[in-house]
Design a protein around this ligand. Structure first.
Ligand code: RRO
Length: 321
């Protein structure tokens, strides 16, 4: 099965990326994983100022996944520009890299995009609008506030020609509206989904995580991620990136069937750092057994009437099966 995928004006050698927050800035994983075999990766979310993150413990496992409250710990924009981006430029060849950005204010996103746009070595930005673990003014993640989604995407759009992915939330009762707003505001693709808010309690009723609640990920998130991709597929022409519980090659196939052109592997990499490359190999084997010629033949296209965005060359409607 041919895994190459043309999207956002670039070639992805395969559709498997590592998700934000699970691979640092690439370097952290390079010693244990051959990054060059991946379709790409998304960096840990970067904020303007460095952030210490939330109190330990920051992660806890449960039977069907894990809960995290890292709290956006990251080295900030200055170190990103001085160390992280140059490392990526000098060491990453084939994988397509997205830089994830996050902020407390709408304008933080614009500042970050503008400040990194001139650097080499990465393809685009993933706007993290959906971190469940840090408080923002208004108390809900930007992804659950339509005005904030529009403002962030529009302001970033005005500052860069690079591909912009908007990363949305799993607990959005009006997902179709959010998807349409992000489309109209100028996103090039959507990443669905971030982690789902949850809490784990010990016998005494004390939360397992230092911060109390966190974001749930892993296999238990897969049905939610698949549903979100399917709903989004009906509401926009934009390419979709599916994330949530991708553990085996068949999970990636399911996301394609729901409408995702790319998938991201997250929690599975914690148990097995080679999960991403294992899934790439598994997809090739699965395709060969099934006689499927190309990954893009699996990707459910957008319905003809979907969304408000214009149809582009890389749109699944024209470029897909
Ligand atoms: O750092 C985190 O706690 C975190 C982030 Br920014 C996010 O987007 N999703 C998540 O599960 N954790």
């Amino acid at each position: 099965m041919r895994l190459e995928t043309e999207l956002f004006g670039a070639t992805f050698q395969n559709p498997v990326l590592l998700s934000s927050g699970t691979c640092g800035f690439g370097r952290e994983l390079a010693e244990v994983v051959d990054l060059e075999l991946l379709g790409g990766f998304v960096t840990k979310s970067v904020t303007v100022e460095p952030r210490e993150g939330n109190p330990a413990p920051r992660v806890a496992e449960f039977g069907a996944g894990m809960l995290n409250s890292v709290g956006l710990a990251n080295p900030g924009l200055t170190v990103m520009r001085r160390e992280k981006l140059p490392w990526i430029r000098d060491h990453v060849r084939r994988p397509r890299v997205f830089v994830s950005v996050a902020g407390r204010e709408v304008d933080d996103y614009r500042t970050l995009v503008e400040a990194m746009d001139g650097y080499d070595g990465f393809l685009g930005f993933e706007l993290n609008l959906s971190c469940p673990n840090v408080s923002v003014p208004g108390g809900r993640p930007f992804a659950l506030d339509p005005d904030a989604v529009r403002a962030v995407v529009e302001r970033c759009r005005a500052r860069t020609q690079r591909p912009l992915l908007a990363k949305l939330a799993p607990n959005d009762p009006t997902l179709e509206t959010t998807v349409r707003i992000a489309t109209e505001a100028g996103a090039d693709g959507l990443t669905l989904v971030n982690t789902l808010p949850g809490i784990l309690l010990k016998g005494e009723g004390v939360p397992e995580l230092g911060a109390g609640q966190g974001g749930m990920s892993g296999p238990a998130l897969r049905p939610t991620g698949l549903l979100a991709v399917r709903r989004a597929r009906a509401a926009t022409h934009l390419p979709l990136v599916g994330v949530g519980g991708v553990t085996h090659a068949l999970d990636a196939v399911a996301y394609a069937r729901a409408g995702a052109s790319l998938v991201q592997v997250g929690t599975a990499s914690f148990a097995d750092p080679r999960a991403g490359t294992r899934i790439v190999k598994g997809l090739r084997r699965w395709g060969a057994r099934r006689g499927v010629e190309a990954w893009r033949d699996l990707v459910a296209p957008a319905p003809l009437e979907a969304g408000t965005g214009s149809i582009t060359k890389n749109d699944p409607v024209t470029d897909g099966a």
